[in-house]
Design a protein around this ligand. Sequence first.
Ligand code: ADP
Ligand code: MG
Length: 392
Amino acid sequence: MKLDVNALRYLSKEDFRVLTAVEMGMRNHEIVPAELVDRIAGLKHGGTYKVLRNLLKNKLVHHDAAKYDGYRLTYLGYDFLAIKTLVNRGVFASVGRQIGVGKESDIFEVATEDGTVLAMKLHRLGRTSFRAVKSKRDYLVHRRSFNWLYLSRLAALKEFAFMKALGDHGFPVPTAVDCNRHCVIMSLVQGYPLVQVKELQNPDDVFDTILGLIVRLAEHGLIHCDFNEFNIMIDDDEKVTVIDFPQMVSVSHRNAQMFFDRDIECIYKFFNKRFNLTSETNEEQNGFETDGEESGRPSFLSVKKVAGSLDKELAASGFTRKEQVEMEKFIEEDSEEHNSSSDDDIDEIGDAVPIDSLKIEDQDHHYEPDGSLASRNSDGPEEQGTSCSVEN
Ligand code: ADP
Ligand code: MG
């Protein structure tokens, strides 16, 4: 189904109030009993029930009467809450076309009031392997199957914290702008994913730059873990930007060496295949401290020896150790299960994503009167999206 942001225009203050009540109820209910939604929302004269029907019609909530009369948020409902919060904060004013569909995310252009175009990444952790999460969620016993909400929020929080820290340390990453719930707003990278680039003027230089980034990251204490042609953007001047950080780990992770070597291997393989760079040419030129004659590739152990502590700084700021452990567990289990999970899993959480074109424009006109979008703060129940500011 489509993410029809037009629906946002017609949602009233009461609609958002009830939607937020469902979200709050999901902190400790997989399916939130209708009476609880009503109690939290506190609308008069049975108003909640009428609003719930409207939310259901717009696919912002899902009705489940298996055990009792109850509701849960859909991705779309969660998207709307995040979008509304960010629009209220003045982070952006309109949503444009979809520019990416990742394994576990959807990426859109959004525009600020003054017309600056930014990128919005909506995390969908658990989308492709929801069943896997369900069957192996012992580490999230209390969160049960509404953990897609929790995991997606965690992924966004982590991505934002890492992007911000890497940017502050001079790495070529998008500028981290803001984050709420499962949504990260960042600068729009010009150019294309490397996977789409058929020709380069200076493949050797690009190769060295990319390899250098892996090494420099590790020298700062971090490994990307998904460093490949899909997560490297390249512009017309062959300038490289790295994206996609939810799976990053510290160099002290028990599998750090394997992750580091795998990132390096991906780059070697890709450049070899696409640009005919042979191992010999690569290795003669790169000038990194290597593993010795046999592999000739940058050595994890020598990099680790000089590793800085950005990993620890991050653990101390936006993203806690406990959260890191939970994400890593999920990612490991996710990749174990990947082969066995089918596309059907996608539908289990329903109402996922796809989109063509959507606009939330003319916001004064459409949002101000009922306070739902635009600049006013919601006076519904307390907003519970996470603020992701990272102290430096
Ligand atoms: P996933 O984690 O799902 O792989 P990514 O962050 O890698 O998501 O994004 C998926 C795709 O969206 C990328 O390959 C890229 O084409 C596009 N994309 C992501 N972030 C940006 C950005 N800041 N600017 C431009 N395009 C982006
Ligand atoms: Mg990616």
